[in-house]
Write a protein that binds this ligand. Structure first.
Ligand code: PBG
Length: 327
């Protein structure tokens, strides 16, 4: 039946009507806030390419997490800036390092906070790659043991969820069996199953000090042109024991989020990455866009595409705006 009988505008006339028929609800409960932990005390260093995001010492991280909880954000994901780097990324699985300290401090201060850790070697290796190097190659199988040790050290520190982001084949199985052997069979794995070799990670690599010293990550992260491969990666990670999967980045990959959602039955997270954040911030600072409306539109779009969870540097802002809207 067509116009004039059918007038879709009837249901858009007032906010009450619009909100009654709204199909997608963005909730603070679905947001995960990334934090960068660094050594020292009372350190809160800004990151030039990511306005509003900081490298923080453990005491500041604890304060920040308290603020998140106050806003209703239930989960944070931690990245470490270690005191030393070597070829084997030893500081990634050093129980005394700053990431492990931050996890322990957070769980002591806020037992109810969900503490997720990023499991990777790139922030901890002198060459900046996510695995061991042999010649020009990033070795797969020898890296698995180091990733497992890293995940185990995070679990020992008190992490609630570990999130491997390295893209080595077989790492979910390796981490699962190591955690199980050491009494951590209850700790879920949130796998970065679908992680593309993306230019949108640029600002993060400043924030985390993880720029590869040679070459790029295309031999292990996915080709942006592929979607069927995303399903293969997800299927494989779930078979190996992934409890939840991440699609990353988010905005240029909405179709991938949708496809992964339709083809799996685990919770799907999308990572709204650093470059996506910085572009919005830059435009907002220039007065070219309305930041609040643009951010809420992007996050709603990611959710509508199929993400159950969204990892985003906008989590705190979004939480505040969502709260305002409710009032
Ligand atoms: C790797 C890792 C990266 C991000 C999260 N985990 C960077 C990379 O693969 O180069 C990127 C996150 C972002 O851009 O916000 N440890």
């Amino acid at each position: 039946m067509y116009f004039p009988v059918n007038r879709p505008r009837r249901l858009r006339r007032t906010e009450a009507l619009r909100s009654m028929v709204r199909e997608t609800q963005l909730s603070v409960r679905n947001l995960i806030y990334p934090l960068f932990v660094t050594h020292g005390e009372r350190v809160k260093d800004s990151i030039a390419s990511m306005p509003g995001v900081y490298q923080m010492s453990v005491d500041e991280i604890v304060r920040e997490a308290g603020e998140c909880l106050g806003l209703g954000i239930a989960a944070v994901i931690l990245f470490g800036l270690p005191a030393y780097k070597d070829e084997k990324g030893s500081s990634a699985y050093d129980q005394e390092e700053v990431l492990q300290q931050a996890v322990a401090a957070l769980k002591r201060a806020y037992p109810e906070l969900i503490v997720i850790t990023d499991v990777c070697l790139c922030e901890y290796t002198s060459h900046g790659h996510c695995g061991l190097i042999s010649g020009d190659d990033v070795e797969n199988d020898t890296t698995l043991n180091l990733l497992s040790r890293t995940a185990l050290s995070h679990a020992r520190a008190g992490a609630d969820i570990v999130a491997p982001s390295d893209m080595m084949d077989g790492r979910v199985e390796a981490i699962r069996s190591t955690l199980d052997e050491h009494g951590f069979s209850h700790i879920p794995i949130l796998s970065y199953a679908v992680k593309y070799a993306s230019a949108f990670y640029g600002p993060f690599r400043d924030a985390a000090g993880s720029v590869p010293q040679f070459g790029d990550r295309r031999s292990y992260q996915m080709d942006p042109a592929n979607i069927r491969e995303a399903l293969k990666e997800t299927e494989q990670d779930i078979a190996e024991g992934a409890d939840m999967v991440i699609v990353k980045p988010a905005m240029a990959y909405m179709d991938v989020i949708r496809a992964v959602k339709e083809n799996t039955n685990v919770p799907v997270a999308a990572y709204n990455v650093s470059g996506e954040y910085s572009m919005v911030k830059a435009a907002a600072q220039n007065g070219w866009i309305d930041e609040k409306r643009v951010v809420l539109e992007i996050l709603t779009g990611i959710k509508r595409a199929g993400a159950d969870l969204i990892i985003t540097y906008f989590a705190k802002d979004a939480a505040m705006w969502l709260k305002e809207e409710k009032q």
